[in-house]
Write a protein that binds this ligand. Structure first.
Ligand SMILES: Cc1cc2nc3c(=O)[nH]c(=O)nc-3n(C[C@H](O)[C@H](O)[C@H](O)COP(=O)(O)OP(=O)(O)OC[C@H]3O[C@@H](n4cnc5c(N)ncnc54)[C@H](O)[C@@H]3O)c2cc1C
Length: 525
């Protein structure tokens, strides 16, 4: 450890972002000893302020995050009342009465080195009664049948090639990571931060001042203070780029309801008159929320819509949240790095916030500075985060822009709203050639964009000309074989609820009830 190594990292905030940052940092520095060049990890949180308490649907890379911490996948699901997520079912989005599924994974294996869906596009022009493209998405077929079983082996067969993520209770997830971080030497301080002390010579943050007079100094400060953005916004004054003209929803109401059966292995998003409604199934309850633009509907009417759309008894009264969509122009300024809501927020339509937290934490560790916090490290972090935020923003905005709905003010607004050049290019590229631009290799992959384009009703005018090299009759047979194999494999899988009850049931009423997994190579990893 050099003389300039970080001695103390201070995390501000103990929500999902704070503990998702603390866990890998504690793991990294666990075992280093005070006085022999250690890096201390300290987290400050205030029970008086609390956490946002939502954020319960994730994307597949969360599994890699958990794995990197050495977390046992089954133990994690049990302790967070978790369920499995194969994707998102979109209802009434393209048009009222229409449904499509954004499943995790591809539409079957590539054929002659070209994506299977390109071949499907070709066949669709010549073959009568070709089944819908979703029949080749294993995750979608599983979701429709409410089945779940983790993919088997390292190189899954075509019929078993899918990915998955989790739904979990946000409070339990933060608590799970808190226990993990504390067990590895992270220190938790309870207190209300009332002031931030900056060094006069360079503007770096020197210390936090707590209401009770304590002073918490540090070398690097990670701002996980949520929408308050205590350090990055208030202290460092990093400007906020407002994207609400493109993503007009600015409010949400959240309410839990009683669990119903079947326990569906997917999130549902139902478009409404002035926004959309989520449904996230957990083991002990269903999470619901109505995301809307309060310029197009009153809060009272939004609450009525939410409650009318529940499929189980409400367990509470709806809780109101307000937000502004956008991001900090710079998430890393001097020795302050914003992770989580303090760095930006994109509405939860594709469950991207926790992903942005994970990637922010990963990049911070990749570019971990010494005490000087070299500006080039910050610039590289900011460049990558900007790219990810913008690509994610475009992906979410695509849902609003491509819909054919014009029945209410919100949908008419979306049809007319200007979109960024990056998104306009993406839409035109697909519309005219059937190709997808990947701006960010860490972001949504091609099958996700294709799910949306197809699902929202955009069929391209052309397809990849190289797929014509394949013999059509052989292609038709191949597609039929793969489809049948998928159907057979899925039919042999357990019901999602049964799978959970058998292997990863949360401990209730007596702890420690999970059954041992069968030895047949079944693994979450
Ligand atoms: C309606 C809605 C739905 C969402 N759904 C999803 C989803 O399905 N999937 C997903 O990935 N994301 C979702 N998100 C986003 C997700 O909730 C957040 O990204 C995630 O919870 C991280 O929040 P956070 O930790 O940054 O902030 P918070 O949870 O707000 O935590 C802030 C922390 O800072 C502390 N703090 C603040 N000020 C002070 C102070 N002065 N002194 C001391 N401590 C302080 C608080 O005590 C708290 O511990 C959703 C967000 C919203 C608004």
């Amino acid at each position: 450890m050099s003389d300039l190594s970080l001695r103390k990292i201070v995390i501000v905030g103990g929500g999902t972002a704070g503990w998702m940052a603390a866990a890998p940092l504690a793991q990294l520095f666990a075992g280093s000893q005070v006085g022999r060049g250690c890096t201390e990890v300290v987290l400050v949180e205030s029970p008086d302020i609390g956490t946002i308490g939502v954020g319960e649907a994730t994307l597949p890379p969360i599994r890699a995050y958990n794995r990197s911490l050495g977390i046992d996948a089954d133990d994690f699901v049990r302790h967070t009342q978790g369920s499995f997520k194969l994707g998102i079912e979109f209802c009434d989005w393209g048009r009222v009465g229409h449904r499509f599924f954004h499943g995790f994974g591809d539409f079957g294996p590539a054929i002659d080195n070209r994506s299977a869906w390109q071949h499907w596009l070709r066949l669709q022009r010549t073959v009568d009664n070709l089944p819908p493209y979703e029949d080749w998405s294993v995750a979608t077929v599983m979701a429709r049948a409410n089945r779940f079983s983790p993919p088997e082996g390292d190189t899954p067969a075509a019929a078993n090639a899918f990915s998955f993520a989790y739904h979990f209770d946000a409070g339990l997830y933060a608590a799970y990571l808190r226990d993990y971080a504390l067990a590895r030497g992270a220190r938790r301080i309870e207190g209300l931060i009332v002031d931030v002390e900056r060094r006069p010579e360079d503007g770096f943050v020197a210390a936090l001042k707590l209401q009770d007079g304590r002073r918490i100094d540090g070398d690097l400060f990670i701002d996980c203070s949520g929408f308050r953005a205590l350090l990055i916004g208030e202290a460092m004054a990093s400007p906020f780029e407002d994207w609400s003209a493109l993503l007009p929803c600015n409010s949400a109401l959240a309410v839990p309801s009683e669990r119903v059966t079947p326990l569906t292995p997917y999130t549902r998003s139902t478009a409404q008159a002035a926004g959309w409604q989520w449904r996230i199934p957990l083991q002990h309850r269903t999470g619901n929320g109505h995301v809307y633009c309060n310029g197009f509907i009153s809060d009272e009417a939004a609450a009525d819509t939410l409650l009318a759309g529940l499929d189980g008894k409400a367990l509470d009264t709806p809780r109101q949240l307000r937000f502004t969509t956008g991001r900090r122009k710079a998430g890393w300024v001097k020795n302050v790095v914003a992770i989580g809501l303090s760095g930006g927020f994109l509405e939860p339509l594709e469950s991207t916030s926790i992903q942005l937290i994970m990637d922010g934490v990963g990049r911070l560790i990749q570019f971990l500075p010494d005490r000087r916090c070299a500006p080039h490290l910050a610039a590289e972090f900011n460049r990558l985060m900007a790219q990810q935020y913008e690509t994610t923003r475009d992906f979410i905005a695509l849902h609003y822009k491509l819909t054919q709905r014009r029945d209410t003010e919100l949908w008419r607004y979306c049809a007319a709203m200007p979109i960024p050049d990056t998104l306009a290019h993406q839409i035109e590229l697909f519309r005219t050639t059937g190709r997808v631009a990947i701006y960010d290799r860490d972001g949504f992959a091609e099958p996700s964009w294709v799910s949306l384009f197809f699902g929202l009703g955009l069929r391209p005018e052309a397809y990849d000309p190289l797929v014509d090299r394949v013999d059509e009759a052989a292609l038709v047979q191949h597609f039929a074989r793969v489809r049948q194999a998928i159907q057979q494999t899925v039919a042999g899988m357990p019901d999602h609820g049964d799978y959970i009850a058998r292997y990863v049931q949360a401990p209730r009423p007596h702890p420690g009830q999970g059954a041992a997994r069968p030895a047949a190579g079944v693994s979450h990893h």
